[in-house]
Design a protein around this ligand. Structure first.
Ligand SMILES: Cc1cc2nc3c(=O)[nH]c(=O)nc-3n(C[C@H](O)[C@H](O)[C@H](O)COP(=O)(O)OP(=O)(O)OC[C@H]3O[C@@H](n4cnc5c(N)ncnc54)[C@H](O)[C@@H]3O)c2cc1C
Length: 381
């Protein structure tokens, strides 16, 4: 067991850090305030290989491992988790589902565009009436000749306003609980699909989150991803991978909060000395650093197992659950260490505190992760 990253892995981390620090950080306060999604910067991430991180070279991807992908998302998350969330949804949800379930023709048609950033991807599972209970969705796809006609509304969809391609989960057979859901890849310039209301969010404000509205959207059968009736099963596999990236995103936020608090504690003085010399502050920093390391190890384990091609459901749920809850604790401590300055927007602590909460909700809440873990534990006992 070797816990060191290779030189190449460290170089990738540095490249991502440089990109985030030079191209995202200078604009962050403005983008966050305005809820601005920086399309050009996102496409620039595509030029650097960050929008098809684990896709093979033949589809225009960077051909890297899931461990590398975890590192990419962590590094972006340190600087801006909203941008990182959009990158994660593009990579592991839209692109991930297309790669997992698409046939060769579909992969050749869509993946190079997604990997290069020419196209932006979204993935629509959640609906206004069904999130955790995703199989309770109401969006339908009805067969009509060689086409299918899609109707319904997806909500909370990352990248929906700017997407060129959306993977949409639909009910194709109401009577079949297990095999009643089918995935379609829908080009956003088709008639009958459009982004709807954009959400005004607590955090992750640089990431676009909006509805996806389908009104008699006619799609050819050649846009079905995977087999009819296997959409939900594939979606759960997609989430197994996606959840590792939400864990990495949480670690990025927690690390950003920790590093900011550590640096601040060394220069802020009270009672004649730096606050870093008070044991109360030292213990908070020690807990933050220890928990962040433990969370990262869980994410790496899940990523390594995924790279080995094995089932990762339990490990990814553990990584996502633990990392997101660690990150919530770490950002709260970060604000505390900054004192009053932790409460104002001139300092970084409050943004981490706002952004982090999404990590215990998106791609399955903490309660759902505990259910997944318990189900797997009990099945294997
Ligand atoms: C910023 C953002 C981006 C998102 N991006 C996407 C995206 O790109 N694509 C997409 O499809 N979705 C996306 N989502 C949706 C997200 O995955 C859902 O919000 C999440 O799964 C929770 O669903 P819900 O909001 O309907 O909450 P609900 O399912 O209504 O849950 C409400 C509460 O009830 C609890 N609960 C529910 N069922 C149980 C149970 N059986 N046992 C115990 N507790 C339970 C939950 O844990 C939670 O605390 C995004 C959400 C946000 C906020």
């Amino acid at each position: 067991m070797d816990f060191r990253l290779t030189d190449e892995q460290n170089q990738i981390r540095e490249m991502v850090r440089d990109f985030a620090v030079s191209e995202i950080k200078p604009h962050l306060a403005e983008w966050d305030e305005a809820q601005h999604f920086p399309v050009d910067t996102f496409k620039r991430a595509g030029e650097l290989g960050l929008l098809g991180v684990t896709l093979p070279d033949e589809y225009g991807g960077a051909g890297l491992s899931y461990v590398d992908y975890v590192n990419v998302i962590e590094e972006l998350g340190v600087v801006d988790s909203g941008f990182a969330l959009s990158v994660a949804a593009h990579n592991s949800l839209c692109t991930g589902h297309t790669y997992l379930a698409g046939n060769d023709e579909q992969k050749k048609k869509w993946l190079p565009k997604l990997a290069s950033g020419e196209w932006i991807g979204a993935w629509g599972l959640t609906e206004p009436g069904s999130g955790s209970d995703a199989s309770g969705m109401r969006t339908t796809a009805v067969k009509d000749g060689n086409d299918w006609v899609l109707n319904g509304t997806k909500n909370f969809i990352t990248n929906a306003t700017y997407a060129d391609l959306s993977v949409v989960l639909t009910v194709t057979d109401k009577s079949d609980q297990k095999h009643g859901i089918t995935a379609f890849a829908v080009e956003m310039d088709r008639k009958g699909i459009r982004p709807g209301k954009k959400e005004n969010k607590l955090g992750m404000r640089v990431s676009d989150t909006a509805e996806l509205v389908l009104e008699d959207c006619r799609v050819p059968a050649s846009n079905i991803l995977g087999k009819v009736g296997y959409g939900f099963i594939d979606a759960m596999k997609v989430l197994d991978g996606g959840r590792i990236s939400i864990g990495a995103l949480a670690i990025g936020i927690a690390r950003g909060a920790y590093e900011a608090a550590r640096d601040y504690a060394k220069q802020r003085t009270a009672f004649g000395k730096p606050i870093a010399e008070f044991q109360a502050i030292q213990f908070m920093l020690a807990d933050m650093a220890t928990e962040i390391d433990a969370a990262r190890l869980l994410c790496y384990r899940a990523a390594v197992v995924k790279d080995q091609g094995e089932r990762v459901t339990q490990f990814s749920a553990m990584a996502k659950l633990y990392a997101s809850e660690v990150a919530v604790r770490a950002t709260e401590k970060g604000v505390q260490i900054f004192g009053g300055y932790g409460f104002v927007k001139d300092f970084p602590a409050e943004k981490y505190y706002r952004d982090v909460k999404l990590c215990t909700i998106g791609e399955g809440t903490s309660e759902i992760q505990r259910m997944v873990i318990a189900r797997n534990l009990l099945a294997g006992a």
